[in-house]
Design a protein around this ligand. Sequence first.
Ligand code: BGC
Length: 772
Amino acid sequence: MNTKLVSHSLFCGAVFAGSFFLMSASIEKNYHDTSLPPAKRAALLLKEMTLEEKIGQMCQYVGPGHVKQNEKKSDQNSNDMGNIDSNAFGLKFQTIIDKVRKGEIGSFLHVLSVEEANALQQVARQTRLKIPLLIGVDAIHGNGLHAGCTIYPTAIGMASTFNPDLLEKSGQETACEMRASGMHWAFNPNLDVARDARWGRIGETFGEDTYLVTQRGTSLIYGLQGRYGVEPERVLACAKHLIGGGEPMGGINAAPMDMSEQKLREVFLPPFISAVQSNVFTVMAAHNELNGIPCHGNYWLLNDLLRDEIGFKGFIVSDWMDIERMYSMHHYLPSEEEAFRVSVEAGIDMHMQGDKFFETILTAVRDGHISEVRIDKAVHKILEAKFLLGLFENPVVDIPGTRALIAPSKHRQTALEAARQSLVLLKNDGLLPLKKGVYQKIFITGPNADSQTILGDWVMPQPDDNVITVYEGIRAACPDAAIDSLCFSGVITNIQPEDIEIAGHKAKEADLNIVVIGENAQRYESKGRTCGENCDRDNLDFPGLQQELLEKIYASGKPTVLIMLNGRPLSVVWANEHLSAILEAWEPGMMGGQAIAEVLFGDVNPSGKLPVTVPYNVGQVQTIYNHKSSQYSRQFALTHTGYLFPFGYGLSYTSYRYGKPVLSKNRIKKDESITLSFDVTNAGEMNGTEIVQVYIRDEYASVTRPVKELKGFQRVSLKAGETKNIEFAITPDDLKFYTSRKVWEVEPGDFTIMVGSSSADEDLQKLTLTVE
Ligand code: BGC
C-alpha cells in the first residue's frame, strides 16, 4: 500500500492551521521505535497516557460527515444510518471535532470519504500524543459504504459458491480498497448462524449451517487481516455478533435468545472459536439478551467464555448504542450510566457511537468503581491494533497515489466470478439455457430488473456505470433482440394493478419474458425496503403486488423465466408449480447482471447451492436441515411438511453421477482418522462444477443428534464425460459432539456417512462407520 503523509484540509483552516506533523518532539520516545513489536510499543505509549487519554481511546463516534448531513436535514426522524436510534445522540459536528482535538475520541465509524478520513487524522495529530484514529466501516461485501468501490455478492451468495478461495480473495481486495479509502477496520465477518427465515439479516450471513458459517468466516478473516494475524497493509476483522442473534424470538432482529448450553456450544459458538484461532483481532457483542442477560453486560460470555476458555486476545467493541439499550430496551439496568459501567466490567473495550460514555467511565475509575488496570487492558489492545496497522507512521492516505486501487478491473473480475458461482438454479424444465438468437422480442419486468437492489444491504448508492443490472446484462447479451421493459423505477411498492395489466399485454407480444422480482435491502435513499437489518417479515411471499405481476406474465402463455433478487429464503410454491425456470440470484453485486445473463444463455453453467433451507411457507419456520430426529415425526394437518428446496440444493445444465462411496476402514477406534472416497462423473454434455457434500449422523448418543450435519464439501470441476475420484478425510473432530458429560468427544457406536449433491435424503448415498 503506497500511503505517505500528506496534508489535506477538509475542514476550515483553523482546524489545524496549516499544521504538519511535529514528529521531532516525540521521536526519542520509545514507542516510536518501529523495530519494537506492536504490543511493546503499545505498552510504552500506555505508560505516558493520562486516564482521560486512555478512556478517549475507548470511544468511537459516527463520522462527523454523517452528523453534518443530519444537521442539514429538516426531518429529524430520518433514519440516516438505517440503525435504530441513529439520530438519538444529538451531537454537533463541531462538538465531535473538539472532542478529537482533546483526545476524547480514539475511533470513528462510517466516515464518508477518504478526504474526511484524512482530515480527521490531521485533527488527531493536534493532540498531545498524536495518536492516530482507528476508522471502522461495515465493509460487508466490499467497501460498499463508499461510492465507487467493488461490490461483491452479499454473504448469502458468497456462501452459495461454497468456494473459500474466492471469499478470501474478495476479503483481501476489500482490505486494499478500504486502506485506499482511509479505513482500517471491517465490521465483518458476520458469524451469525441464520436459523429463522423471517429475520431480515439472513442476506448478511453465510446461512443456516454452523460448519459452512465457520469455514466462510475463517476465509474472510484471512482475506481481511492476513493468514497469520493482522498484516500492516490490511485491516482488522471483527467477528460478530456474539451471540445467538440468528435465531431471534419471532424472527425479529434484537429479540431475546434463550438457549441451552448444548445449542450455544454446538450451533453458535464454533464460528467464533475458529475466528479466534484465526487471530481475529476484534469481536462485536450482539444486540440480544442471552438467557436473560444482555450480551453487552454478560461477564460470563465476554470473559469466562470468550477470553478465558476460547482464548480471545483482541478487543471487544459494542454494537451501535447497544450499551445504552441495556437501560432503554432491555430494562436490565436502571440508567445509561450504570449500563456503561457494567459493560466495561463485563468486558466491552470500546463503545460504538454516542455520548456520555467518556464522562461516566472517567468518574467510575476516579471513584474506584472500575480499576485503571481494566482500562489499561482495553486500551493496550486498541493501541496495539493501531501500531500493527502502521497508523502511527502512515495515518493518512495519499489520495492521488491510491486512486487506482479502488475497483480496478482485477477486483471487478473477482466480483464477476463470485456472482457467477453464487447463482442457484432452483428449477429448469429445459427452458434454460436460452438459445441465443432465437428470442427476438424479450420483455423484462419487475422492480429489481434495472435497479441497485442487486447490491444488497450495507451499500451506498453507487455510480450507475459501476453496476450492471439484470436489464443491462441481458441487453448486452442480446444486442440484436428488441427488448421492452417495465421496471417500476426499482420500487416494489410502485407496482399498481393498472401496471400489471400493461405488463400482461407486453408479455403477450414478446417471445420471451424475464421477471426480476424479490426483495429490497437497500438502506440508503431507497423506498420500500423489505429486507436487511431491522427489516424482518411475518411472511415469506413476494412483497407487494409482485406475485400478481408474475402470474399475469405467466398467463401470457409465453416462455417465462423468474429471476429472484432477495436476501432471505422466499417460499415460491406457486412459481415452482407453474414456471419452467427459476434462478435464485440472491444479491449478486455490481457484476450481477452480467453473471445472470451468462447463466441464462449458457455461457456459464450454474453451480451455486443453497446455504439455507427454503420453507413452504412462513408457518413452517424453523426449517433447518440439521434438525433433530423427532422434528417431523408428526405432520402438519392440511399441508405438506418439510422443505420446498433443501439446504445444499442447486441444479446444473449437466448431470452428475456419484459412484459408490468407500471407507478405508468401516470399524475404527475413537481417535482414528479414515478416508472416504468415491467417483463423481459429469454424465451430461456440458462442462460444469459440482459441489459434493459429506454429511454425518451419530445414530445413538448420550444427547440426541441432528439427522445429519455437513462435515465437508468440495467444488469439483468436471469436463463433459469426465470422472474424478474424490477423497475426504474423516477425523475424530468430525465425529465429536458436546456430550452429556459436557465435553467434546467421540462416543462409540454407529455413524451414518452420507455423500451426495444436496442434504436431501434422495440425493445422498449412505454407509455405516462403527466406532469401537
Ligand atoms: C449492526 C452492526 C453494525 C453496526 C455499525 C449495527 O446496527 O448490528 O452489525 O456493524 O450497526 O453500523
